[in-house]
Design a protein around this ligand. Structure first.
Ligand SMILES: [Fe+2]
Length: 406
């Protein structure tokens, strides 16, 4: 998936969400993970939302950028220097949008229209909201398309970036817990910590045995994960990164209005559970390099099963063909200029160019699986890089199947 983290809400729960209801209560419920919420009890606090007045995104009013305290490079993670499209691996959380901008985004993406038309689930994550911009969320769309926003994201990422495609603007992940579950999870977390200390394993690289999103690489080069929830008291919720030596490095999650930039296509990562909060909503927007000259290793592995396929394939084809067009025009000009200046024709260079574009087109063909070959809501493990993680993933899948058949 394109996301750096994910939701734990079940589809059965989402059926009963009243997102346009301004009443702010979160219902108490049973402790069962398959709990049912009352159909007249909204889960998401809408009480502090901006009024439904159409306001255009204005960088002067809605951006509030403070540079990250640190940016980790691929080299810092023990990965080869030439991995990916930038030397930057991941940033510490940094302030990006104002509180007003966040409330306007929430009002757009948590609307009934988005919930009814843009909800997806998969084996990697139970519920996501995708593909709502620009139709249902013009403010969100303008916020991520703004040249000022893109300049900030590019500065942090160390390479000029543009949104991957409109379909990937503002992918939403939601994790909800009742007050009762919140307290239970805090107690369970404290108990786990205490047990680990007793057993002398505290300080060992901690691995979440039940993460929000398991180990994966993203389909797209970069993601920007923006926090839309108040999570001052949140415990956990970090992103775990696997370094070049196989060690695990944790990057803390962002606070409301803050963001993290991650070159997730090239780094295996995992979204760790968050405790101590009833609501955790993140907006994940994916990016690719602006320059057509830079390689595009985009795959559609993690998103095919949770997308409107004709729309996804149209937007993927559109930008890839634009890249190809730009490359061909540039190459043609170079070739003609060489001829005009009597510098002959470089056969090797042209063959190399043709070969590269052949591979570029072949990759497009591979990525656009026929609809009949795409299982809705299913993602295989081809997004993993390490053989041991692939094996772990397959083992988990086998265990899940076995437990279902018992
Ligand atoms: Fe991710």
């Amino acid at each position: 998936m394109a996301s750096a983290d994910i939701l734990t809400i079940s589809p059965s729960i989402t059926d009963t969400l009243h997102l346009d209801n301004p009443s702010p209560t979160i219902p108490e419920s049973s402790t069962s993970s398959k709990r049912k919420y009352s159909s007249d009890s909204p889960l998401i606090d809408m009480s502090n939302m901006a009024p439904p007045v159409k306001v255009a995104f204005n960088p002067a009013d809605h951006l509030s950028f403070k540079p990250p305290s640190k940016v980790f490079t691929m080299k810092d993670l023990g990965l080869p220097d030439d991995t990916g499209v930038s030397a930057v691996a991941v940033s510490e959380p940094f302030q990006l949008f104002t509180p007003e901008a966040i409330q306007r985004m929430r009002a757009e993406v948590l609307s009934t229209r988005v919930w009814e038309n843009c909800q997806y689930s998969s084996n990697l994550s139970q519920c996501q909201l995708r593909g709502f911009a620009p139709d249902y969320a013009p403010f969100v769309y303008d916020a991520w398309k703004s040249p000022e926003t893109l300049a900030i994201i590019s500065e942090v990422a160390g390479v000029d970036l543009v949104p991957q495609m409109d379909f990937e603007i503002g992918h939403i992940n939601i994790s909800m817990q009742s007050e009762e579950q919140k307290h239970e999870s805090i107690a369970a977390f404290a108990e786990k910590k205490s047990r680990e200390a007793d057993e002398g394993v505290a300080g060992c690289p901690w691995e979440d045995d039940n993460p929000i999103v398991d180990w994966h690489t993203d389909s797209y080069p970069f993601v920007c994960v923006l926090m839309l929830s108040e999570c001052t008291n949140m415990i956990g919720g970090e992103t775990a990164l696997r370094t070049g030596t196989g060690e695990i490095m944790k990057v803390r999650g962002p606070q409301m209005g803050c963001a993290v930039v991650l070159q997730g296509r090239y780094i295996e990562h995992q979204a760790l559970r968050a405790f101590g909060t009833t609501e955790r909503i993140t907006m994940v927007t994916s990016f690719r390099p602006k320059s057509a000259a830079i390689k595009d290793d985009t795959v559609l592995t993690t998103v095919r099963g949770v997308s409107n396929l004709p729309e996804l394939y149209f937007q993927y084809s559109e930008y890839r063909l634009e890249m190809l067009e730009e490359r061909i025009r540039k190459k043609l000009k170079e070739m003609q200029e060489q001829k005009r200046t009597h510098r002959g024709f470089d056969i090797c260079a042209m063959k190399k160019f043709v070969k590269e574009q052949e591979e570029f087109l072949a990759k497009m063909d591979q990525q656009m699986l026929e609809e009949s070959k795409v299982t809705k809501g299913f993602c295989d493990d081809s997004h993993l890089l390490s053989s041991d993680l692939k094996e772990k993933s397959r083992k988990k899948a086998r265990t899940a199947v076995a437990s279902e058949t018992v």
